[in-house]
Design a protein around this ligand. Structure first.
Ligand SMILES: NC(=O)c1ccc[n+]([C@@H]2O[C@H](COP(=O)([O-])OP(=O)(O)OC[C@H]3O[C@@H](n4cnc5c(N)ncnc54)[C@H](O)[C@@H]3O)[C@@H](O)[C@H]2O)c1
Length: 345
């Protein structure tokens, strides 16, 4: 049995750094090399987290380093080549959501994962948040009866597409944020989707030169007959309480579940907030709160679960089918936006 997993990190932008922290503090994993197109950024992150080697070309890293796995956190549209190259090198792969922004890339990734026989997991980390896990248990236990309908909202502040991401025009609220709720609700219900019908608005970002929807609403029908309205925008004002807003309600024949991830107990009010990412609501409680210099929360749990699976040779709880289906639903939503018509899956 392996004693410690040697990780090659590909992409160390804003999110990649959170993931890096989770590997570096885990006694059973260490990042031995880091690859990012931006050398300056890569060197700064490597220095901060004690990573010995830096590359600007991940293929050179894959050639030169002895790795057990790769962790990929490149932009949404730039996952396929890196992931497939890692599988071709015989590595296990942990991939950020969304798997891809089109089905061709998604199927190529799924096929490469299946053929390699290596472990693969998409970072759908809502599954590691207790509120979502308990909602799934309530559904499984029959506490809500049959699910009739639901509402699932996840939004970002406008600073995400305009300040945080340089590539937001190549993604959308569907692939960047809604995908979290799509995965979570599909997982909680344990049912597949049969039809989607979506609408979008382009009134704010597109006129500023960022051609991506401001907001998308998708009415999604599950095989059980339940309808869930998925609702996501990424234009919440700078002054909104938090960087994100997330709320899920599931109405059943016997009971209703409410998951409020936005308000987790601490709001700090100041005369003014600094920069683009400071808000009154400290919504890091479930994502990556620091205790004594260590990340906890769902980032740590998600990364830690994958490392455990490699060490113990067990299957990740998020399967290849779980990687494909939310992407298929997101692509069907995109098709419905493009055609204006409902799309059957
Ligand atoms: N789990 C979550 O909640 C969560 C949150 C935010 C972002 N993400 C996901 O993480 C991924 C990265 O997002 P981000 O916010 O860090 O973006 P980012 O733009 O901050 O970082 C992306 C990094 O990848 C690098 N890069 C691009 N192409 C590369 C390549 N071919 N080889 C090596 N490096 C390359 C860029 O130089 C950049 O440093 C996205 O898929 C995003 O959706 C997940």
């Amino acid at each position: 049995m392996l004693k410690s997993v040697k990780v090659g990190m590909i992409g160390c932008g804003g999110w990649g750094e959170n993931v890096i922290g989770a590997y570096q503090q885990n006694p059973f994993s260490q990042i031995v090399a880091l690859a990012d197109l931006n050398r300056e950024r890569a060197e700064a992150v490597a220095n901060q987290y004690g990573i010995p080697k830096v590359y600007t070309d991940y293929r050179e890293m894959l050639e030169k380093e002895q790795l057990d796995m790769a962790s990929v956190a490149t932009p949404d549209f730039a996952h396929r080549q890196a992931v497939c190259d890692c599988f071709a090198k015989g590595l296990h792969v942990f991939l950020e959501k969304p798997v891809a922004t089109n089905m061709e890339d998604c199927y190529a990734i799924a096929e490469a994962a299946g053929k390699s026989g290596k472990k693969f997991m998409t970072d759908y980390f809502m599954r590691f948040i207790p509120q979502f896990r308990d909602a799934k248990l309530a559904v499984e236990n029959g506490e809500l009866g049959q699910i009739v309908q639901g509402y699932a909202r996840i939004d970002d502040c406008v600073s995400v597409p305009t300040k945080m991401l340089r590539w937001s025009k190549d993604s959308s609220p569907v692939f960047f944020v809604m995908i979290h709720n799509i995965d979570a609700v599909r997982w909680i219900l344990g049912k597949e989707v049969v039809e989607v019908y979506a609408r979008q608005q382009k009134m704010k970002l597109a006129p500023q030169g960022c051609d991506t929807p401001d907001s998308v609403q998708a009415l999604v029908t599950f095989e059980s007959g339940a309808s869930v309205m998925f609702d996501s925008n990424w234009i919440l004002p700078r002054t909104y309480d938090g960087l994100n807003d997330q709320f899920v309600r599931l109405v059943g024949t016997e009971g209703t579940a409410y998951i409020n991830i936005t308000y987790q107990g601490l709001r700090v009010f100041k005369p003014e907030f600094q920069g683009d990412f400071e808000h009154s609501n400290r919504a890091t409680v479930y994502v990556n709160p620091m205790f004594n210099g260590r990340t906890t929360g769902c980032v740590e749990r998600s990364v830690g679960h994958f490392v455990d699976c490699i060490l113990n040779d067990t299957d990740p709880c998020i399967t290849i089918k779980d990687a494909i289906e939310p992407t298929r639903i997101a692509c069907a939503i995109q098709q419905s936006l493009d055609t204006g018509a409902p799309v059957k899956l």
